[in-house]
Design a protein around this ligand. Structure first.
Ligand code: EPU
Length: 430
């Protein structure tokens, strides 16, 4: 009988204690395929134990890489015996980040066949900037039978790449393809997210020569070979922001540990505007809500702007703030599908295109809701923690793609949340 897994949350309990932030998902899903570029063995530490990482490791295993889990947050990868440069179609389309296999396989072996990527659905998600970069580096790129097929005759050749839009994925993919290319590649209008810098640091620690990551011009001097080594992934900016948002919405006082406070400035500054107290330490911060929330406006932008991946969680806080707030989505076409679910909980939000007008209410009420994507799911969990009564969040597989042990971490903070498995009658499941 099919099983439906959901989170059942009894809201209204303040969060108290300490939470330790895991390794960054969006760094891990690029650094794991980057190991394909390396001759020796790469040891990667602080990988989060989440579904997207498991899928990425399975994709590498499936093409013949030797992937050994040393413990649940550490893996060793050796790509010396790759059997094929064609990734399994069904596995690859389950995860957006499978597009990094194209840059890595093409850069190392001159050939990649990877299904057009899947992942969260919030509007059109083209990869034209990725393919533009591969072509500029000398590859032929085509889409056939659902696969992106990229081929080069021998080593790729360095180039100047100017991106038309600021894209995290295209910037990382261009770096992956360029590290072993012949000559110096210049990537302009590059994305600047912390995970871009983390990928550059990983590549450099394995023998690459990448400079400028974290600015909008990245220079990649091609090297002939990369050796093995060990690397530790940075803490997850968005996971940290999500716990901060949970405290802001549900109330309480929590020490968020294992973070890089600088990466959180864009989130911290908005929480301060909302009247939440944030005290930064070297690698942790204390977040505390003692008074009513104030309204504010938010516009999502590429880093260092307010992250789109925090937009749903921040909107939940604003549903409980005094007065009216305006949220503008500046990265994706359509990232408000979760609003309908929040309305079931009593939120007052009007959406017009990329703008949401949020009118604060005194309280939310628990309801059965459905996670339509990863961050939307996190937002519904936060809403459930802050609401009166019981919230049931369905489709939690989305949430487990990106949050390590979320139920355990929230439970340790005093939240009343549990995972429940229901058998669904076959007729209903069809
Ligand atoms: N874009 C293009 N052409 C391209 C690539 C992107 O027009 O070839 C546009 C997109 O349509 C979008 C904008 O550029 O409007 C930015 O997209 P970007 O390429 O930066 O997004 P991504 O690499 O596909 C990553 C994260 C997302 C996060 C975005 C923006 C990963 C695996 N995913 O996606 O994370 O929202 O950057 O920061 O790193 C999440 O973690 O929940 C998540 C969705």
């Amino acid at each position: 009988m099919p099983v439906l897994t959901k989170y059942v949350i009894e809201g209204g309990y303040k969060l108290r204690g300490e939470v330790t932030i895991s390794g960054a998902k969006n760094a891990a899903v690029a650094i794991i395929p980057a190991a394909l570029l390396v001759d020796g063995t790469c040891r990667i530490e602080n990988i989060p134990e989440i579904r997207d990482v498991t899928l990425m490791l399975d994709l590498l295993r499936d093409i013949g890489a030797d992937v050994r889990l040393i413990n649940r947050n550490c893996v060793e990868i050796n790509a010396s015996k790759i059997r094929t440069t064609r990734a399994d179609y069904d596995m690859a389309r389950k995860i957006r980040a499978s597009y990094y296999l194209i840059g890595a396989l093409l850069g190392r072996f001159g050939s990649a066949q990877v299904a057009l990527p899947g992942g969260c659905n919030f509007g059109d998600r083209p990869i034209d900037q990725h393919t533009k970069a591969f072509k500029l580096l000398g590859a032929a790129v085509d889409v056939q039978n659902g696969y992106v097929i990229a081929e080069s005759h021998g080593r790729l050749s360095a180039s100047s790449i100017y991106f038309d839009v600021v894209s995290v994925g295209a910037t990382m993919n261009a770096m992956l393809a360029a590290v072993l290319a012949d000559g110096t590649t210049i990537i302009e209008n590059a994305a600047k997210e912390p995970h871009i810098v983390d990928l550059a640091n990983f590549l450099n620690s394995m023998g690459a020569n990448v400079s400028g990551a974290g600015t909008d011009v990245i220079k990649v001097r091609g090297v002939k070979k990369m050796e093995g080594g060990a690397y530790t992934i940075i803490p997850d900016q968005i996971e940290a922001g999500t716990y901060m948002a949970a405290v802001a919405a549900a109330g309480g006082e929590v020490l968020v540990r294992n973070i890089i406070p600088k990466h959180l400035d864009c989130i911290t500054s908005k929480l301060l505007e909302m009247g939440v107290e944030v005290t930064e330490h070297d690698d942790s911060l204390l977040i505390k809500r003692t008074k009513p929330l104030s309204n504010t406006n938010i516009k999502t932008l590429p880093y260092p702007g307010f992250p789109t991946d925090m937009q749903p969680q921040a909107t939940v806080i604003l549903t409980l703030a005094n007065g009216m707030s305006i949220v503008t989505e500046g990265v994706w076409d359509s990232r408000y599908q979760y609003v309908e679910e929040l309305r079931r909980m009593g939120a007052k939000i009007q959406v017009d295109g990329k703008t949401a007008v949020v009118e604060g209410v005194d309280s939310l009420t628990g309801a059965p809701v459905r996670a339509c994507d990863l961050r939307a799911g996190a937002a519904l969990v936060i809403a459930g923690l802050a609401a009166n009564g019981i919230t049931e969040v369905e489709d939690i597989l989305h949430i487990e793609r990106g949050y390590e042990h979320i139920v355990e971490k929230l439970t340790a903070l005093g939240a009343h949340i549990r995972m429940v498995e229901d058998n669904i009658p076959v007729a209903k499941a069809q």
